[in-house]
Design a protein around this ligand. Structure first.
Ligand code: FE2
Length: 436
């Protein structure tokens, strides 16, 4: 049964379905459909959302209260709240306007083949998140964009090639949508596109430092998300490299630790925010130490970005705990992350041995009581000592499940008081000078 007040739409659907040998009954609104359903006993109902007398949502509720006929609701981009409601009310599938013939046939096929119900599949591993605040609306988006209704149900709201205007994104935001989603195999395309855009953003004279930082933060988040979901491989590593090159050059525009802080704290994912923070502040510390080599800054930036990559393999419940509150078992697991990071990076010929070493040593300390190797001060890679200072700082300065973010100056004073034996003195004081 096709329920729609628009005769052209009903006709188009009818033609598509009849060409596939389905019998079609038409109803021009929900009220008429309600009268016809008991007489016709349709196998599937495909209904528009907005209709006079009785709309699609009301019809759906009536259908689900009285019988179990599968229901496909046709929605528009603006109806996100109603779509979420319809999902709760039992809609079996959705078609978002404008849809294609293949979408309708796929939705019907899915319902017909699911007559013998199987356990719904958790799709969370198949999608990557894009924080809606950072989503760049543009013409002809290169990937399909989805909204998550539940772990088992993602609704596609834009096809590859559709135009997504800023107003539409704002509309979703106003309806409380925090994230848009892309299929993970398409996500890498978005990352590549963002990196190209980031280079343009970086060289733009029309944008201020804060806007540029915000865009780069977003680009890095997509790069990190891609690595977390799709794994660290040649392409994702090269994306990170491109991103870091742009960062190193952007950081020549400002020396203010504070200007970057708000961008880092608005990171959708605190783990990525932390990695980027360590990366950026390590470069700034390096500069304050009087270093000038771009190659060194690049190594610091990459090692900063990857320093906790090993934690990718550790349970999030452990990572979200304050390190001081971990029990012995949790601490032992947590402390495997430098080694796991080393193993992940060593598999990639693109990663320099030095970056691997810096990542491996980032929890060693100058008293020889760090981990995993408990090596002495002179054996620790010099750049690891800078990363360790930035890591300590970001652990307390940035917002996370275990920190609300303290004032930079206070943190550095405390670090000097408590950790001056463990951390590298010159790097610690360089950070102090940045926080003046
Ligand atoms: Fe770490």
């Amino acid at each position: 049964m096709v329920v729609d007040d628009n005769p052209q739409m009903r006709m188009a659907l009818k033609q598509i379905l009849e060409a596939e040998k389905h019998q079609v009954v038409e109803a021009e609104n929900g009220k008429i459909a309600r009268e016809l359903i008991p007489l016709e006993s349709p196998d599937i109902i495909i209904s528009d959302f907005q209709m006079p007398f009785l709309d699609g949502l009301e019809l759906l509720r009536w259908v689900k209260m009285n019988q179990k006929t599968p229901f496909i609701l046709i929605t528009a981009f603006g109806h996100i709240i109603e779509t979420q409601q319809a999902f709760k009310d039992g809609a079996d599938d959705f078609l978002t306007k404008p849809f294609k013939k293949a979408d309708i046939l796929a939705a019907i096929q899915k319902i017909l083949s699911a007559q013998t119900p199987e356990t719904p599949k958790n799709l969370d591993q198949e999608f990557c998140r894009i924080p809606i605040d950072d989503f760049i609306s543009n013409d002809g988006i290169r990937i399909g964009i989805h909204i998550r209704l539940s772990p088992e149900k993602y609704l596609r709201v834009a096809h590859q090639g559709d135009d997504i205007q800023a107003e539409r994104v704002d509309h979703y935001k106003s309806k409380g949508v925090d994230y848009l989603y892309a299929k993970k195999d398409e996500f890498a395309l978005l990352v590549g596109f963002n990196i190209k855009l980031a280079k343009m953003v970086k060289s733009s004279t029309a944008l201020d430092f804060e806007k540029k930082t915000n865009f780069l933060r977003y680009t890095t988040e997509t790069v990190m998300e891609n690595m977390m979901v799709n794994g660290v491989h040649k392409t994702s590593f090269n994306h990170a490299k491109e991103c870091m090159k742009t960062y190193v050059s952007l950081l020549s525009e400002s020396e203010s630790i504070f200007q970057i802080m708000s961008a880092l704290n608005s990171h959708g994912n605190w783990l990525y925010g932390h990695s980027l923070g360590v990366s950026v502040y390590s470069i700034m510390i390096g500069k304050k130490l009087g270093w000038t080599s771009t190659v060194t800054f690049f190594k610091l930036g990459m090692a900063g970005l990857f320093h906790d990559i090993g934690s990718k393999e550790i349970d999030l419940r452990i990572l979200e705990k304050d390190r001081l509150l971990m029990n012995n078992e949790e601490r032992t697991t947590y402390e495997t992350h430098p080694y796991r990071g080393k193993e992940i990076l060593e598999r990639l010929p693109e990663v320099s041995g030095e970056v691997v070493q810096i990542v491996y040593d980032h929890h060693e300390n100058c008293t020889g009581q760090g981990y995993p190797r408990h090596i002495s001060k002179d054996k620790i890679h010099p750049l690891s000592k800078v990363i360790a200072v930035a890591d300590h700082f970001c652990y307390q300065a940035l917002k996370s499940p275990y920190s609300t973010g303290a004032q930079p100056r206070e943190i550095v004073d405390k670090m000097i008081q408590i950790y001056s034996q463990e951390l590298d003195g010159p790097a610690l004081h360089a950070l102090g000078a940045l926080c003046m």
